[in-house]
Design a protein around this ligand. Structure first.
Ligand SMILES: [Zn+2]
Length: 198
């Protein structure tokens, strides 16, 4: 079984490598299956692709001393099974849905000395996997907004051109209510939404 637990382990690849390049993060929670005490169980290397560069980073594994399952501690700038960092996917989503950019334009923005950028097919796959979440997210987000402010102005929801734009406006408003001092989450809105909706 190859389970991943996504944790905030550094806001980007550099901070992650500085902290965990050579040693495993501490994991104090119980086993995700049985609640037993897990111990460190080596690591594997995986590729992570950022906006303009590619890196190899260690992903640490844990093994439960009670039920014996192994699982990985995944930094939250990654999504399990995706080599692209969340920031690249999130940026693709914004550029496509909010900025109305072409796939070619988006891809060129992610090129680097040794990188060609994600293919149109890959980007389309990201967008369609997010579509499901976004459809579920909008009504949920409106309920959250009303919990914070029962008199919140929702007039804008009547004339928003797409569900994506509604999600975008909603997220910014929700974030401003929860964290009035900071303009946006340093690791991106997608992981934040994921955590909220769990
Ligand atoms: Zn266990």
């Amino acid at each position: 079984m190859n389970k991943s637990i996504v944790k905030p382990l550094g806001k980007n690849v550099n901070t992650y490598l500085r902290k965990y390049g050579r040693k495993s993060p501490n994991y104090d929670s119980g086993c995700p299956c049985c609640g037993g005490k897990p111990h460190k169980h080596g690591h594997y290397k995986r590729t992570v692709v950022l906006k303009h560069s590619e890196h190899r980073i260690p992903i640490y594994r844990m093994k439960c001393s009670v039920c014996g399952i192994t699982f990985s501690l995944m930094p939250d700038f990654l999504i399990p099974y995706h080599i692209y960092a969340v920031g690249v996917m999130e940026s693709t989503w914004y550029q496509r849905h909010i900025g109305c950019r072409s796939f070619g334009h988006i891809r060129r923005g992610f090129c680097g000395p040794k990188l060609n950028g994600p293919s149109k097919r890959t980007m389309k796959r990201w967008l369609s996997s997010w579509k499901k979440n976004i459809d579920r997210y909008v009504p949920w987000g409106i309920r959250q907004l009303l919990l914070y402010d029962p008199f919140a102005d929702l007039q804008w929801t009547r004339h928003t051109p797409s569900v994506e734009r509604a999600a975008f406006t909603l997220t910014k408003r929700l974030w401003r209510m929860v964290y009035p001092e900071s303009p946006y989450p340093f690791y991106g809105f997608f992981p934040w939404i994921n955590q909220l909706m769990k």
